[in-house]
Write a protein that binds this ligand. Structure first.
Ligand code: AMP
Length: 224
């Protein structure tokens, strides 16, 4: 399957905070020509723009807690109805709780997801990665202290300031990892039981991981 496939491709990516979901999701979405839908990116944009949603979400996000299921399901339902999402989508950072997973299946139907990807990275590695992660405060491009933008913490894409996320503090990261283990990881069982799960090792060169992922997704889509 390639970027000119005619069937919409509908994917979900799972992985701990710092596993590289955002980086891989961007590559996959661009490869398949589908919408990259990141609830974290959408919430951060709302915070930046100072909307009502952003005001409601900021404190919760900075504390490493989850925004309410109703709020998130409302955002997702609206986003999936937009024209670009009719060509397919890749959900990143959603669903995160059993209620969100049920809500998603309610929106797209039990057969409405083609595959789920689990990007596997051990906890000690993600803690190290998150402490060095930096992001563009304007477009969300991801950098790190080991892979900075070319010039003086200014984004290579858009010229925005590249900063540390407000919720990338150690305390917040630990809370988010506990929530991931308790609420999100168990969701993988449903995808596994339905033969929809692809497990990928997320440690290594991001380009090589993206290439592996595309091969695996292509093979599974071709077999469906
Ligand atoms: P992320 O960029 O996916 O790590 O999300 C950053 C923060 O946004 C999370 O720690 C939550 O506070 C909030 N958030 C993002 N996606 C969701 C979601 N699906 N459900 C609840 N809260 C979310």
């Amino acid at each position: 399957m390639s970027a000119d496939q005619t069937q919409p491709v509908r994917l979900v990516i799972f992985g701990r905070q710092g596993a590289g979901k955002g980086t891989q999701a961007k590559q996959l979405a661009s490869h398949y020509g589908i919408a990259h839908i990141s609830t974290g990116d959408m919430l951060r944009a709302a915070v930046r723009e100072g909307t009502e949603l952003g005001r409601q979400a900021k404190e919760v996000m900075d504390a490493g807690q989850l925004v309410s299921d109703d709020l998130i399901l409302g955002i997702i339902s609206d986003r999936l109805a937009e024209p670009d999402a009719q060509k397919g989508w890749l959900l990143d950072g959603f669903p995160r709780t059993p209620q969100q997973a049920e809500g998603l299946l309610g929106i797209v139907g039990d057969n409405g997801i083609d595959l789920a990807i689990n990007l596997n990275v051990p906890e000690d590695v993600v803690i190290e990665r998150i402490s060095s992660r930096r992001v563009c405060s304007n477009c969300g491009e991801i950098y790190s202290v080991n892979n900075p933008p070319t010039s003086n913490w200014t984004c290579d894409n858009c010229g925005g300031d590249v900063v540390q996320r407000d919720d990338d503090t150690e305390d917040s990261v630990r809370k988010r990892l506990v929530l991931y283990n308790e609420q999100t990881e168990p969701l993988l069982d449903w995808f596994q039981d339905n033969g929809l799960l692809i497990n990928v090792d997320g440690v290594g060169d991001p380009q090589a991981i993206a290439a592996t992922l595309i091969d695996l997704v292509d093979a599974r889509l071709a077999a469906q």
